[in-house]
Write a protein that binds this ligand. Structure first.
Ligand SMILES: N[C@@H](CCC(=O)N[C@@H](CS)C(=O)NCC(=O)O)C(=O)O
Length: 205
């Protein structure tokens, strides 16, 4: 059994989609970030950064417990533990890694920056616009790619799709204007959203 500590942010969704899609048994512990539940001594013992998501796998490698933060590390951990959602063909792995890292380390941090600016007491509009434009540029590249391939890394669903989907859904929820005009992303996200495991993963409360 795995304990998941998370909330419905893109990083939280990313980890939970991984657990659901890989069919790993887990218990969700909802962490209310607005109430500071990520700053309690108990939570900081799991992740000193005070950030979700975190998993505790009581039966990790060698039967030993493992505590793991970082949403993309959790995705990879789920894929490795279950043997699913990574290409079997070694030649397809570099494309999967590139797609995974773009989704995780371009999309989500820039989105987080946009959120931070627009939610601040005195938002600086030119800076918000600059990061929104950067975010849209990433989405444009993804939209162009998804015109030529079915999924984020090629012909099969991989953890790169789960990572990208989490960021894209979060953007659509909070800054929908940044997601307008990308028909291939829409086609792809509708397909990922229809997956039963993804639907279960998105219900946080
Ligand atoms: N690189 C980390 C980032 C984790 C992160 O930024 N978590 C946010 C929610 S999406 C959080 O817990 N924020 C609360 C805080 O920093 O106080 C990951 O991929 O998991």
């Amino acid at each position: 059994m795995i304990d998941l500590y998370a909330a419905g942010t893109s990083n939280g969704m990313r980890a939970r989609i991984g657990l659901e899609e890989c069919g790993l048994a887990y218990r969700l512990h909802f962490i209310d970030l607005a109430k500071g539940e990520n700053r309690t001594p108990q939570f900081l013992a799991l992740n000193p950064n005070g950030q979700i998501p975190v998993i505790v796998d009581h039966e990790g490698p060698g039967g030993k417990p493992v505590t793991l933060s970082q949403s993309t590390a959790i995705l990879l951990y789920c894929a490795e533990k279950s043997g699913r959602f990574q290409p079997r063909d070694p030649g397809a792995r570099p494309a999967m890694l590139q797609a995974l890292m773009s989704a995780s380390t371009d999309i989500t941090p820039v989105l987080g920056t946009v959120f931070g600016i627009i939610r601040s007491k005195e938002p600086h509009q030119p800076t918000a616009d600059m990061f929104k434009a950067r975010f849209r540029n990433y989405l444009k590249v993804w939209d162009d790619l998804l015109a030529t391939r079915k999924y984020a890394a090629g012909d099969e669903v991989t953890i790169a799709d789960f990572s990208l989907f989490a960021g894209y859904m979060r953007a659509k929820g909070v800054v929908p204007e940044t997601c307008e005009g990308f028909p291939n992303l829409e086609r792809w996200s509708a397909e990922i959203a229809a997956r039963p495991a993804v639907q279960r993963a998105l219900k946080f409360q």
